[in-house]
Design a protein around this ligand. Structure first.
Ligand code: FES
Ligand code: FES
Length: 175
């Protein structure tokens, strides 16, 4: 098939020589060199490949790459804060909280969770427990038992409520 363009993480990328049936996940990983979205089940069951497509959380393994040509795609790579912003090693606050709360073990599911959590907190700054459960329902983790991932979300919610001091983050927000 002829090539197409994808807008990924704010950058227009050209995709040439792709086959018509290639999934968005395959295009991102194998054509564009963006390995953040993971391929595990490739059946829409595990959420490891979660990305945002025009702001909606989708499983990239279930979307056709060519069908996303007119959409805005955001992968976990696109969530990293700009270098000019305060950040720990250019982690987002969600990524940092996942590390601090122990929500990352083998880490294979983590990019999908991070995308899902960012999307949840963009919709709802202080989600109720049921909203958190619903938001994470499409993401499977074999390691953590989910409690620490939920704890990470709670840390971010609290942290975002408290204005940051000029020289860093509030320690109280982590207690
Ligand atoms: S790899 Fe897409 S949902 Fe599992
Ligand atoms: S941390 Fe290993 S699958 Fe989630």
């Amino acid at each position: 098939m002829s090539g197409f363009q994808l807008t990924v993480n704010g950058v227009v990328r050209r995709v040439d020589d792709a086959l018509a049936g290639e999934s968005l996940l395959y295009v991102l990983r194998e054509r564009l060199g963006l390995p953040g979205a993971k391929n595990a089940c490739e059946q829409g069951e595990c959420g490891s490949c979660s990305v945002l497509l025009d702001g909606e959380l989708v499983c990239a393994c279930l979307e056709l790459g060519a069908a996303a040509a007119d959409c805005e795609v955001v992968t976990v790579e696109g969530l990293a804060p700009a270098a000019s912003e305060p950040a720990d090693g250019l982690l987002t606050d969600v990524q940092r909280a996942m590390v601090e709360a122990g929500g990352v073990q083998c880490g294979f599911c983590t990019p999908g969770f991070v995308v899902a959590i960012h999307q949840l907190l963009a919709r709802e700054a202080d989600p109720a427990p049921l909203q958190v459960r619903e938001a994470l329902a499409g993401n499977l983790c074999r390691c953590t038992g989910y409690g620490r991932i939920v704890d990470a979300i709670e840390r971010v919610v609290v942290d975002r409520r408290v204005p940051l001091p000029a020289n860093g983050r509030s320690e109280d927000s982590l207690s």
